[in-house]
Design a protein around this ligand. Structure first.
Ligand code: MSP
Length: 512
């Protein structure tokens, strides 16, 4: 039987800068979900890539003294290489400058144009080059600046093509009322409803072109070669190009399962423009839009290249290990809310969870197995056994429930609570005393703990792919796919190795 499909996407990142920790977070979220779903035997397609057209990129290329494509290629390569070095398990990396994408953009535009949902008109407004869109008066700060870029928008008057957004807004509102799960967490769903009402009140359509005499760096409109496509109209369509639209394969298989992951900065294009475009193109809506908050720098402002407060992912991974970075990002941020990044928080979190709690547990249990070498029991008869089986039932339910809503911190907390419990049991049963007394319960006790560690590592695999794999290879007879529901599911190696690496080195960042 063909397995159920799962499609997950990152935003395609602008190539005006190199990847920073903010981009890395979204990409890690998608990677974790992709790994989790594969472990549940789902057929996964994970798409990431780069957004390469538009004013912003053109200006940065000019500043760098490079032609647009060369400049875009340099940074697209930086993104791709960063993700490869961090073992991001993407299935495809899309660049909007690729021919396959140009074709999709032109096909969809032509289709919407032919049905009469695109028309030519004049527009005058305040344009933010950072956001690549006109801002409404209401959006501006009291000083008259763009709230995201903290610069005043530029007054512009242009003739442009417009998409009949107004025609679709009431339909989208109805759709959202029917399906509140479409945008998650609920706060962003409600924000979207408010923004739709606001747009309906304003009564404006969406400008979807830029005159070529002002901007050449874009995909030409198929019905008017004097214009290029507005960057958002171009960019959003990457989600279709990436899975082969309009071809038969694998688009129809994956599209109904599309999960877009974004931060709140790009909520409006994804929650409003994109579904309206899909309706106009007579395509079903995506399955879910998952929206997270911002990583804030030490200055409490959104991490961004332009503010210079953003951490660089590869050097951070080198300092604290790739898995350490993955764990920190997914454990510390509560998906949907903002989170602060600092060396102190990082050090505390990783030392507490990975070095002290889990690392210590693994170290203690494996060294006791080596030191006391109790005979391997045939049955795990011990009062601890049923307690852990009960714990596993609870973990299984809570972990999968948390994962379904991208509440990674809760899923991880579940697992860590088992590690804490096991550490406590060592204090309760005092295996060193059992060893002194040659107590026959020592074997079952230590093997129950070892199997429990394996369970923990399997549940952590989507989050700590490298460390989990390394330790599971030392402990397991053969790789176990899927999530165990009982200690009986675990088949330990006949001979458990006598030496093993440190699970996680304690960090001391303040002094480094
Ligand atoms: N090119 C558009 C997206 C088009 S998608 C069809 C774009 N690119 S971007 O390079 O600016 O990336 C924005 C995304 O990067 C955010 O939505 C988020 O996923 C990630 N982040 C960038 N900075 C971030 C933080 N400080 N914190 C969290 N995520 C951040 O917008």
């Amino acid at each position: 039987m063909a397995s159920e499909s799962f499609y997950i996407t990152t935003p395609i990142y602008y190539v005006n800068a190199k990847p920073h920790l903010g981009h890395t977070y979204t990409t890690m979220v998608c990677d974790t979900m992709a790994r989790y779903m594969r472990q549940r035997n789902r057929e996964v397609f994970f798409l990431t890539g780069t957004d390469e057209h538009g004013d912003k990129i053109a200006r940065s290329a000019e500043k760098a003294g490079l032609d647009y494509y060369t400049f875009a290629t340099q940074n697209a390569t930086a993104f791709r290489e960063t993700w490869e070095k961090l073992h991001i398990s993407f299935n495809d990396f899309i660049r909007t400058t690729e021919e396959r994408h140009k074709k999709v953009v032109q096909t969809v535009l032509q289709k919407i144009y032919e049905k009469g949902d695109i028309y030519l008109s004049d527009y005058e407004g305040k344009y933010c080059f950072g956001c690549e869109r006109y801002l409404t008066e209401k959006e501006l700060t009291p000083e008259g600046n763009c709230p995201d870029h903290q610069v005043p928008p530029t007054p512009l008057k242009e003739t442009n093509y417009f998409f009949k957004l107004q025609k679709y807004l009431p339909l989208l509102r109805k759709e959202l009322e029917k399906n509140p799960e479409l945008i998650f967490p609920n706060g962003y769903y409600r924000e979207t409803l408010g923004a739709i009402d606001e747009l309906i009140k304003l009564g404006e359509d969406l400008s979807i072109s830029r005159p070529k005499k002002r901007l050449k760096w874009g995909i030409e409109l198929p019905f008017d070669s004097d214009f290029v496509t507005y960057v958002w109209f171009d960019a959003l369509l990457n989600y279709l190009t990436g899975i082969g639209y309009p071809k038969e394969d694998p688009f129809p298989r994956f599209w109904p399962q599309a999960h877009h992951v974004i931060a709140k900065d790009i909520l409006k294009p994804h929650a409003i423009y994109w579904p309206c475009m899909l309706m106009a193109a007579e395509l079903p809506l995506y399955k879910r839009l998952m929206v997270h908050g911002y990583w804030l720098g030490m200055d409490d402002l959104k991490m961004s290249k332009s503010l210079g407060n953003a951490a660089e992912p590869l050097s951070l991974a080198e300092k604290i290990s790739e898995d350490g970075m993955r764990y920190f990002l997914l454990r510390e941020m509560h998906f949907g809310q903002d989170a602060r990044f600092s060396d102190n928080i990082l050090e505390m979190r990783l030392n507490q969870d990975l070095a002290n709690n889990l690392g210590n547990l693994i170290q203690r249990v494996l060294s006791m197995l080596k030191k006391y070498a109790p005979p391997r029991p045939n049955v795990l008869e011990h009062p601890l056994f049923s307690k852990i089986e009960g714990f596993l039932q609870q973990i299984k339910d809570n972990y999968h429930k948390a994962m379904a809503d991208f509440q990674f911190h809760e899923a991880l907390e579940e697992i860590m609570s088992l590690a804490r419990f096991l550490n406590q049991q060592i204090e309760v049963y005092r295996p060193w005393d059992l060893a002194k007394k040659n107590d026959a319960s020592l074997g079952p006790f230590l093997y129950i703990l070892t199997k429990s560690i394996v369970v923990i590592l399997i549940y952590l695999e989507p989050f700590l792919p490298n460390k989990s794999k390394e330790f599971l290879e030392l402990l397991l007879e053969k790789k176990q796919r899927n999530f165990p529901e009982s200690l009986h599911d675990i088949e330990l190696k006949e001979k458990i190795p006598k030496s093993w690496p440190v699970f996680f080195n304690r960090l001391s960042l303040a002094s480094s």
